[in-house]
Ligand binder design. Structure first.
Ligand code: CP
Length: 315
C-alpha cells in the first residue's frame, strides 16, 4: 500500500481490518519497524482522536512524530496554479509539500471542507496536492469528503462486536447545530461495500448523500422502521449534499434510549466528538448499548495497521 487516502488505496480491506485486530491483541511486535523514521501530522483543522491515536500508533512502531498546525503555526498556503501571490498566502503548496517530505517519511493530513462550494470540496484539492507534490506516503486524517481511518476503525469494531455472520447495520442521520462534513458517512458507505452487512441508511428527506456513495445502498426514510431489528446503530450528522452545506432541521431524529428499544439490543456507535442531548441523548450514551469509547480506542490499532503497511511498502 503506497498511500492511505481512501479504501481504493487498500488492496484487501478485510486483510487490513484483520491486521488492526491482530495489532490490538499484540501492539508491540513491531517496535523497530519505524526506527529512525518520522511521522508528520499536518492539521488544517482541530482533532482529538485522530491526532492522539495516530501519534501513539507511530510511537508503538518506533517512529518519532512532528505535528504542524497549519492555521495556527505556519504560513498561509496557496493552492491555485499561476496566481500572483500578492495577498494573504505566503507559501505555495508546490514548495510546502516537498519540503515537508524532506523532513518526514510519512505525512498525515487533515483538511475539512468549506461546505460552501460542493464542486470545490468534492475535488479533494488538498489530498491531491499532497499526493502530487510529495514523494512520501500520504495518510488521509479526514479530508473534504472522506475519513478512511475512521471507517477502518468502524469496520474493525463491528467485526469485533458482531454476534452473527451478517449483522444488520443502520447508519442514522442525527441533528446538529452546525453544518458538518459528509466525510464520515461517505467513507462508511464505501467501506461497507466490502463487508458482509445488511446495511440500511436512514435520514430525513433533504439529507441525501452523494449518489457516488449511496448507489446500491438500501435507504429507509422512516427512522423507526430502519431501526427495527438492528444489531448496530451508527449515528452521525452530516449537512445537506444537494442543498450544499445546509443544516437539517429535524430535532426528532436525535437517537434516544427509547429508540434503541426497537433494535436487536443494538450496539450504539458514533465517531465522536458527540454533542449530548442534541445528536444522542444522555440515556442512550450512558446505557449498555454504547460502545463509543471502545470504538475510539480502536482508532489506535487502525492507525497502527495503516502505518505498518506503509512502512513495509516503503522499506
Ligand atoms: N473521530 C474523529 O476523527 O475525531 P477527531 O475529530 O477528534 O480527530
Amino acid at each position: 500500500m503506497k498511500h492511505f487516502t481512501s479504501v481504493t488505496d487498500v488492496p484487501t480491506p478485510m486483510g487490513l481490518i484483520q491486521k488492526a485486530s491482530a495489532i490490538k491483541n499484540d501492539p508491540f511486535t513491531n517496535t523497530e519497524l519505524g526506527k529512525n523514521k518520522v511521522m508528520g501530522l499536518v492539521f488544517f483543522n482541530a482533532s482529538l482522536r485522530t491526532r492522539m491515536s495516530t501519534a501513539r500508533a507511530a510511537y508503538n512502531l518506533g517512529m518519532k512524530v512532528i505535528t504542524l498546525n497549519v492555521t495556527a503555526d505556519s504560513w498561509q498556503l496557496e493552492f491555485e496554479d499561476g496566481v500572483r501571490m500578492d495577498a494573504g498566502t505566503a507559501e505555495h503548496i508546490k514548495e510546502a509539500v516537498p519540503v515537508l517530505c524532506a523532513y518526514c517519511d510519512i505525512i498525515g493530513v487533515r483538511s475539512f471542507p468549506g461546505l460552501v462550494n460542493q464542486k470545490e470540496d468534492y475535488a479533494e484539492r488538498v489530498i491531491h496536492a499532497f499526493k502530487d507534490f510529495g514523494n512520501c506516503p500520504i495518510v488521509n486524517l479526514e479530508s473534504t469528503t472522506l475519513h478512511p481511518l475512521q471507517s477502518l476503525t468502524d469496520m474493525m469494531t463491528i467485526e469485533e462486536y458482531k454476534q452473527n455472520a451478517c449483522p444488520k447495520v443502520v447508519i442514522s442521520w442525527a441533528p446538529h447545530i452546525k453544518p458538518l462534513p459528509q466525510a464520515v458517512a461517505n467513507s462508511f458507505l464505501q467501506w461497507s461495500s466490502h463487508m458482509d452487512f445488511d446495511l440500511t441508511l436512514t435520514h430525513p428527506k433533504g439529507m441525501e448523500l452523494s449518489e457516488e456513495f449511496t448507489a446500491g445502498v438500501h435507504i429507509e426514510q422512516d427512522q423507526s422502521k430502519a431501526l427495527e431489528g438492528a444489531d448496530f446503530v451508527y449515528v452521525k450528522n452530516w449537512s445537506s449534499f444537494n442543498n450544499y452545506g445546509k443544516i437539517g432541521e429535524a430535532p426528532e431524529w436525535e437517537l434516544t434510549k427509547d429508540k434503541l428499544q426497537m433494535t436487536n439490543h443494538a450496539k450504539l456507535m458514533h465517531c465522536l466528538p458527540v454533542r449530548r442531548n442534541v445528536v444522542i441523548s444522555d440515556d442512550a450514551l450512558n446505557s449498555e448499548h454504547s460502545i463509543v469509547v471502545s470504538q475510539a480506542e480502536n482508532r489506535l490499532y487502525a492507525a497502527q495497521a495503516v502505518l505498518t503497511e506503509l512502512l513495509n511498502f516503503s522499506v
